[in-house]
Design a protein around this ligand. Structure first.
Ligand code: GLY
Length: 376
């Protein structure tokens, strides 16, 4: 068990945050107003496909975090605030985007941070509108928010987005919105989270009857496997849903997913891209899943009623961060443009394999901020 109170450990995290700022500053200077998704041999700009349009909040999301980590009144703080607003504002039209299920990713990482800083109600309205738009994906038969692939499809990833519906419900007092969010979480818990705490990526339904048909996957190894990033989304997302709803079932599910993650990841807390991939395939890690899990565990540690388990989650989150800093930071490779190596986007489509991925960068920086903010 590591002790966060060790100054050398804190220094490792602090210098990773500084390295993150350096890399993002270079990206902004080299490719202004470009919102990358994953690197190709370490380069952000390339012709690779996107599959779906879900990542634009992560780059400005990091900028909001960087601003917070600069000395008040410093030139750096001013720089990151200007960049954060510059990259956040163009996202506003996405509040009406009905093509994707990712509006939580886009707006909770950006507009929510902006609103918390300024309390500007016009900024808050954008988040509320986005929450209402996401709720339009709700399928009454089956009781779930449909994924971008079709009416019959539910993704585990949506657990990271449903928080924006809870948020909009709270801000407006709209009980119908809250009901949609609650029912989506309950369905996900029932059909995608297994008894051992592992998760399936996708669930398919009969749209006529609402009957749940089967578990399947797009990015994982198999329908009955546990794709590690999907598990990390569940761990984090059920924790967020508990924070908004205080429904103990969601905390229970978040804990089951966290316990599965901890028991099955490698000893340093970094998982294979899929926990059930074949032995030779398991050597491929996904550092983005580790970043999400670290951030989720740090948050979850404060929600648990059992302080001993909370401490265990906190220390595990820090241990994962330390492993990412020591083994996967791109700081030794001068040509690499990302922060963290070893992410995986879509293995079957051959996109972003063993590369930097924007969501991995964001959740890594968020987790560092959480760890440093608490004790720094
Ligand atoms: N589509 C979300 C993810 O790749 O995790």
């Amino acid at each position: 068990m590591i002790h966060f109170e060790s100054e050398s450990h804190r220094e490792i995290l602090r210098s990773a945050m500084q390295f993150g700022m350096k890399q993002v500053r270079k990206l902004v200077e080299k490719h202004p107003d470009f919102y990358p998704m994953y690197t190709n041999e370490g380069r952000w700009k390339h012709e690779g496909a996107a599959w779906t349009h879900w990542c634009d909040g992560f780059l400005p999301g990091m900028m909001w975090v960087f601003r917070k980590n600069c000395a008040a009144g410093s030139a750096d703080e001013k720089f990151w605030l200007e960049q954060a607003i510059r990259y956040t504002k163009p996202l506003e039209p996405r509040k009406l985007d009905r093509e994707v299920h990712d509006l939580g990713f886009i707006f909770l990482s950006t507009y929510l941070r902006w609103f918390r800083l300024t309390k500007d109600q016009a900024v808050n309205e954008v988040i509320i509108e986005a929450g209402k738009t996401l709720a339009l994906r709700f399928k009454e038969k089956g009781a779930y928010l449909r994924s971008f692939t079709g009416d019959n499809s539910l993704f585990i990833d949506i657990m990271m987005n449903v928080g924006i519906i809870f948020y909009a419900a709270r801000e407006t007092g709209d009980r119908k919105l809250r009901d949609i969010a609650l029912r989506h979480c309950l369905t996900t818990r029932r059909v995608l989270v297994r008894g051992d705490g592992s998760t399936a990526h996708e669930g398919l339904f009969d749209v006529e009857t609402g009957e749940f048909l089967k578990q399947t996957t797009h990015q994982g190894s198999r329908g009955d496997s546990c794709w590690s990033r999907g598990l990390a989304w569940a761990l984090y997302g059920f924790g967020t849903s508990y924070e908004y709803s205080r429904d103990p079932r969601f905390l229970d599910t978040a804990e089951s997913c966290a316990d599965y993650y901890i028991a099955h990841a490698n000893a340093d807390g970094v998982p294979p891209w899929d926990f059930n991939a074949s032995p030779e395939n398991r050597k491929l890690l996904d550092t983005s899943a580790a970043s999400i899990a670290a951030s989720g565990l740090l948050r979850l540690s404060r929600l648990l009623h059992d302080p001993v388990k909370g401490h265990f989650y906190w220390c595990t989150g820090l241990r994962i961060l330390q492993a990412l800093c020591e083994k996967h930071l791109a700081d030794k490779d001068r040509k690499w443009e990302g922060i963290l190596k070893g992410g995986v986007y879509h293995i079957h489509k051959g996109l972003g394999i063993d590369e930097s991925v924007m969501w991995g960068e964001f959740f890594f920086i968020e987790a560092l901020d959480h760890a440093l903010g608490a004790n720094g």
